[in-house]
Design a protein. Structure first.
Length: 101
């Protein structure tokens, strides 16, 4: 029974985050609200988000960030890395890129 509830919660989280991404251009407040509900569902049911969905939240202020709207994404060449800057709190985090890919 518990697995069924977790699956249902994960489906709702996916729907909420997809809707938040769609609404981010027109109404950022609605998108923030949908993303915060999705995040609270994950915490309540102990669900770990996949990497692509985890990148949508700032690690500094825990707000919903969308590249191009309230986040800046840059590629660095020397230490091959992606730099994501939250424009709300200014937190910068880096993700290294393998040379093989």
């Amino acid at each position: 029974m518990r697995k069924h509830i977790k699956d249902l919660a994960m489906q709702r989280v996916d729907i909420l985050l997809d809707n938040a991404l769609k609404n981010a251009r027109e109404d950022m407040d609605l998108a923030q609200r949908q993303a915060s509900i999705a995040r609270r569902l994950c915490m309540k049911f102990n669900i770990r988000l996949p990497y692509e969905k985890r990148q949508l939240f700032c690690r500094g202020c825990k707000n919903f960030i969308v590249p191009g709207i309230n986040a800046r994404v840059r590629l660095k060449n020397k230490p091959r890395a992606i730099r994501i800057t939250c424009l709300e709190c200014g937190h910068v985090y880096r993700k290294g890129i393998d040379r093989k890919s």
